[in-house]
Design a protein around this ligand. Structure first.
Ligand code: ARG
Length: 618
């Protein structure tokens, strides 16, 4: 889906094994096989080994050899420098690789640093992430919630790999709909200083409805020869709609010209809307504020130049008075200017992409927007490429990606709604999650042996909030993003299963365990990995940097969720099989404490990348 990240992982012996097998392939088959993938994979069954090389089968076919024979030749040629136990051919030509315990211990040692083995990219170009995208005068709804949660997590992952990320909130804060609501509110003499978002949202809907009229109904009424009464009624409504639209058009022109009173009132609408948005962002623990706002209004003076450029480069054509951009591989063109001269959502997005790639020099522009806008982004990206904005000024190809996501469904499997039928507001959803999280944490704290038993209400509330928000975020990030999912608070908040609280709880349990041990100079404790469960846990930990690099490339946070779940599960198995504080001697206690500490840090860091807090007590 995307360009290879320049992030490299360290600590994982898989890299060294891969390189050694690449060399062995060249030594055995010749220089022309230098780019052949050695296909080093994790083994599903730990009894067979830790990794396997799957390359012999495919290569044997290409050169006409027997796969098992080629596998044997590779084993003879490969120089693993004591990393692994003697190799074996299995089945049709797999090579099983079992690491020496010392290799795993060395790997863990080299990831035992604040970076946890993740190497920082030295690429100074920024990456733009377009997220949130709320519309002024409207309530933020669950779709914006998903965009914000997913976009923020991707931003954290990319930042973790050393990249600079610009989180851009492409607000819908300009154009006819905003002018319409502004006109309405002023016409009604509404006191804008006392306006609430609910009132504003209602005015927006009313404005939309009045301007829409019922043009189609009117046509149908004529076609159906409806009675004169009905037609007259629809005609009146339609002319009212034309008037409303004309008035809004005038308002927009005045706003565009900078009429001070209008601009002041427009800013009030933005303030009312954004205040609620900032409150939600704060609850969500998302690192965004006013500095991240670069909405449609920011591009208002950049739209005409976009049109001029497309015209001067002959990249568009006139179609019945409108301007459109054609694409070679599909029929439907992209409308960039309406017949009446008005600009569109797509025109703003073209101006935005030009700004992002040409002014800020971003080499990756990521749009976290719901799946229904797929065609829109495909068209905008293709048009941008035609306009040569698919490359940065220094010539690098820009990776433009739409990260689409599905809907959140209610128990009836329809998009989540409140009883009144309007889209559920974000605020109500977050409040419920925090409430439920707090109830869960408080219930557990009643147990006298719970580590939270002596905490006061404020502390319990803070943990409850982390649990509630963590539950929502994890549920949102742990599936394939394009899949719709059912919003089921009971399931999300459970401390067992594939949930955020399960991971948070695993992390907190390890914190408690570590508190009971001697944590001084743990990083100098020598790691002993004799028991199968501790060896298995160590191998999982070694993959952390690789998983983070993979998410940075694929932009699929559920891979990180799945990995963290594996870490927590492997920890459980380890903890059941291997006593820590009661291990047989002091050096084994220290070794296991060090291993636990690494698990704690990987879980904490990984949850952090999902934007989920990891309390130390639960
Ligand atoms: N305001 C838009 C909406 O609510 C989302 C904006 C997404 N970003 C963009 N660059 N088009 O649908």
């Amino acid at each position: 889906m995307s360009t290879a990240s320049s992030t490299q992982s360290s600590g994982n012996p898989r890299t060294a094994i891969s390189q050694a097998f690449s060399k062995a392939i060249v030594a055995t088959l010749g220089e022309e096989f230098a780019s052949a993938d050695p296909l080093i994979r994790n083994t599903a069954n730990p009894e067979l080994g830790d990794f396997q090389c799957n390359a012999a089968m495919g290569l044997a076919k290409r050169v006409g050899q027997v796969p098992r024979d080629l596998a044997q030749s590779l084993i003879e040629a490969v120089e693993l420098d004591e990393l692994a136990e003697p190799l074996e051919v299995a089945g049709p030509g797999f090579i099983n690789i079992r690491l020496k315990s010392a290799t795993i211990a060395d790997g863990l040692g080299s990831m035992d640093n604040p970076q946890l083995g993740i190497q920082a990219s030295d690429d100074a170009r920024p990456i733009v992430i377009d997220l949130c995208g709320v519309n002024v005068a409207k309530q933020m709804h669950v779709g914006h919630l998903r965009s914000t949660i997913i976009g923020d997590s991707l931003a954290r992952v990319l930042e973790r790999t050393g990249r600079t990320v610009l989180r851009e909130n492409h607000l819908g804060d300009w154009g006819l709909p905003i002018a319409m609501v502004l006109f309405q509110l002023r016409a009604n003499g509404t006191d804008l200083d006392a306006l609430t978002l609910t009132e504003l949202d209602a005015a927006y809907r009313a404005g939309q409805a009045s301007a829409k009229g019922d043009a189609r109904g009117l046509e149908a009424a004529h076609a159906r020869h409806s009675g004169p009464h009905r037609i007259a009624e629809l005609e009146a409504q339609q002319s009212g709609a034309d008037e409303a639209r004309a008035a809004a058009g005038e308002t927009l022109v005045k706003l565009q010209q900078g009429d001070p009173e209008l601009v002041r009132d427009w800013n009030k609408l933005i303030d009312v809307t954004m205040q609620a948005v900032y409150e939600a962002l704060d609850l969500l623990n998302v690192e965004m504020g006013p500095d991240n706002n670069r909405g449609e209004s920011f591009y208002r003076d950049k739209l005409q130049p976009v049109i001029d450029y497309f015209e001067s480069e002959s990249l568009c054509r006139e179609d019945d008075g409108a301007l459109v951009v054609d694409f070679k591989d599909r029929k439907r063109p992209l409308l960039i200017r309406k017949r009446d001269g008005g600009f569109l959502y797509a025109t703003s997005d073209l101006a935005a992409i030009k700004h992002r790639t040409q002014e800020t020099g971003a080499d990756r522009c990521i749009y976290v927007v719901d799946a229904r806008q797929r065609d829109h982004f495909r068209d905008v990206f293709d048009a941008a490429r035609q306009a040569s904005w698919g490359n940065t000024p220094d010539g690098a190809e820009v990776d433009m990606v739409h990260v689409p996501f599905g809907s959140i469904l209610g128990p009836d499997k329809k998009p989540l709604k409140t009883r009144s039928g309007t889209n559920l507001t974000l605020a109500s959803l977050l409040a419920e999650a925090i409430d439920r999280g707090t109830q869960e944490v408080a219930k557990r704290a009643e147990n006298p042996s719970a580590p939270t038993h002596d905490l006061d209400e404020t502390a319990i509330g803070a943990i409850g909030r982390a649990v509630g928000i963590g539950a929502i975020k994890y549920a949102d990030l742990s599936n394939d993003l394009v899949r719709d999912y059912v919003f089921d608070m009971d399931r999300m908040i459970a401390f067992e299963g594939d949930t955020g609280p399960y991971l948070q709880y695993a992390h907190a349990r390890i914190c408690s365990l570590l508190e009971k041990g001697n944590q001084a100079d743990l990083d100098s404790a020598s790691l002993q990995l004799a028991a199968p469960a501790e060896r298995q846990l160590a191998l999982v930990l070694l993959r952390y940097a690789e998983v983070v690099a993979d998410v940075a490339d694929s932009l699929e946070p559920h891979r990180l969720c799945g990995y963290l779940h594996e870490v927590a599960d492997s920890f459980s198995s380890f903890y059941q099989a291997c006593p820590v504080l009661k291990a047989e001697d002091e050096s084994l206690i220290r070794s296991r404490l060090r291993l636990c500490d690494l698990v704690r840090r990987v879980l904490g860091d990984g949850l952090g990348l999902l934007g989920i807090e990891a309390p130390s007590r639960m």
